[in-house]
Design a protein around this ligand. Sequence first.
Ligand code: DP6
Length: 351
Amino acid sequence: TLYQATASAPVNIACIKYWGKRDTKLILPTNSSLSVTLDQDHLRSTTTSRADPSFERDRLWLNGKEEDIKAGGRTATCITEMKRLRKQEVEDKQPNEPKISEYSVHIASFNNFPTAAGLASSASGFAALVSSLAQLYHLPVSPSTLSLIARQGSGSACRSLFGGFVAWEMGSASDGSDSYAVEVAPQAHWPDLHALICVVSDDKKGTSSTSGMQRTVETSPLLQHRIKEVVPKRMKDISKAILDKDFDSFARITMADSNQFHAVALDTEPPIFYMNDVSKSIIALIVEYNRVSVANGGGYKAAYTYDAGPNAVIYAPKENIKEIIQLIVKYFPQHEGLFKDVFGLFGGADL
Ligand code: DP6
């Protein structure tokens, strides 16, 4: 008998950035983080897993091309952990269930967006991998439990198990058992908040998140200030802003945290630059857009954030999205074809 399941998971974009590990093998972070899961057909990974007694070994295909599953590597760890959960939660408890945890798996995953363009493909990829195995194995476990395993594929992946607004609690246990994702608010809580993704460049990025953040941990004095003094308060404040649907506070915190993440990248030895001149010009545009609104007695109208690459993600209330696109197209006509508008957030991995 062939067992098969398919699941997909979307990209998430952090408002409070994860940058730094205290344990590189278990992927335990130096600070908690918080993100919004995008719900869009353009930015998902879809993964099919199969288990069959005739399979000789675990195999993986990414976008149609077979990849090595390195022994002890991240993919191998996720598969091993999912098999262990199947045994523990299903087969040991219900001896009549088939022992499919003993079969090898074949896994095929597709991204419908450029890999490694700073669009967090590893996040949706590992979330979809874990979700498809959870379905294949009929695991009666919560998304938070699955997030413990997705985390070991890629830290940010743990947040894509949920839709809506999601926190990754850093935890303090050395075995990682309290470092998992939790829902801050569901997708339906703040449907008026939309996101616009501006693909400034889809080139492969220079410094990977994994190696970049480790260099930051080893060399940046500013990171110590960030993780101790800054992030804990921001986590509280932005959670409140989300629960209150207070866009002004949400925007200020999101932009400040993006800025500080890029500051600790610059504070790394040798320094890391993720934003390019177009990224910086988009920041100037959003700053001016907000300044004019405040000068006219209004509040902030948009918030930018940048991950480990030059692409901008702009969060804004729905009513402003059209105006923001018009502004961007007016000031960056040469980039018109590159901007991808993403309307409607939310939705998590389908479980
Ligand atoms: C800048 O999750 O890609 O996007 O855990 O080493 O796989 P690894 O790193 P990864 O880092 C993401 C960094 C970030 C910020 C964020 O998503 O919180």
